[in-house]
Design a protein around this ligand. Sequence first.
Ligand code: PLP
Length: 472
Amino acid sequence: SNTSATGTTTAKASSSAANGSGTTPSSVFHRTLKTGLPMAIRGEGNYLYTASGAKILDASGGAAVVSIGHAVPEVVEAVTAQLGTLPYVSSALFGMQPAEDLASQMCNDAGFGRAIFLTGGSEAVETAIKLCRQYHVENGRPERTKFIAREISYHGNTLGALALGRHDRRRKNFMPLLSTEFHAVSPCNAYRFKNAGDSDDAYVARLAAELDAKITELGADTVAAFFMEPIVGAAAGCVPFVPGYIRAMKAVCRKHGVLFCCDEIMCGLGRSGKLHAWQWDADPNSDGDDARPDVQTLGKGLCGGYAPLSAVLVAPAVVDVFARGTGAFVNGYTFQSSGMGTAAGLAVYNYIKKHGLVEQCRLRGQLLVRLLEESVLPLPHVGSVRGNGLFIGIELVQDKETKQPYPYADKVADKIGDAVLERGAAVYYGSGCADGWEGDHIMLCPPYTITEDEIVFLVEQVKAGIQEVLSE
Ligand code: PLP
């Protein structure tokens, strides 16, 4: 057992320890048919508790979902009150106040025109793709059918979102079903792909020229939208953009009449230390329009895990085209604008604002990065520590000089994740997703409420876990 940041004792948390035998039968078709996952039975604040009595610091926030901690009473009360008052109406027939309140706050706070509420990230991306497509139809440009995203990217699991992203391992079984209207340009990843000696400006100029050339090659009049994740999550491990990149990519899109879209399912709603991650690149003296996307997705942290909820934010100029056209978006879902989801989202949004958690996330993230740079980055197999706010990635390499990654089959990140879990902290982990590019990474995405002591504890356990797995 280990002593946690709070001074209490955490029982070993690994799957075998948490379940006794590690072979608990399951009828759930999980991602893996392997059984024996630790059984989580309770959450409180920044901690999870398992059936076997382990207390775990939730430093992955699920999958960067848990933004304000578990079981916060005022959110639970808001959701329960909504359930007790009116659990469901069809959004085709009735409006509901929590959806109205959440949409108006989100639009007013960041300069958007309308918000669409869905139930998960993939559904939001799917909706954003369709919105972009219909926008051009409404605008009298039906020939705009092509989409551009980036290599080493993940935009979701449904067929459209999977086609948009470039997560080769998640795509390959389904390739015959994926539309060919989706194309890709290089990602923005200074650690891996910026030429030695190039300035940030030169790197941004190269990437902007590549997007410009790709749009021209495809036929500028045939491209509907460009999608990017400001800070790449699951596909590469919290890889931030280089300053100026978002503005440059938006400018290229503008030049060609292509919609500029940011997928902030993972990095959004405060997690980056700004409400929206694209705001990091906006000129502080502007109203944000130089970086604001035409269409933006949000998920995960938006509801903080209290109810399934995602959103698509739509810029006023895009809404106007629909208003001047048919006045309707052909995209209805049964659980769109759900009362319970939006009540949860509204309560989480208010809680974040009331407690200044976006700024707190930024400051706690600075502490986390400083401690990681002091004690984890110097380890022989840690290539990079990066990210913004509490969205921090650690990339593992065989060789720091050459940045040679580990083979995917070694499952280095998985083993480190398990070792850190044994020590009482859950972290998120992943490995390379493109042919010829396999980078193992650990992601630290704790709730914005993580304390300074808990950050110290987390860094110690991450360091020990990496040393344990990579010492041989
Ligand atoms: N887009 C991004 C950037 C994501 O990180 C994810 C999930 O990790 C998705 C979309 C899909 O979200 P969901 O798993 O909620 O469908």
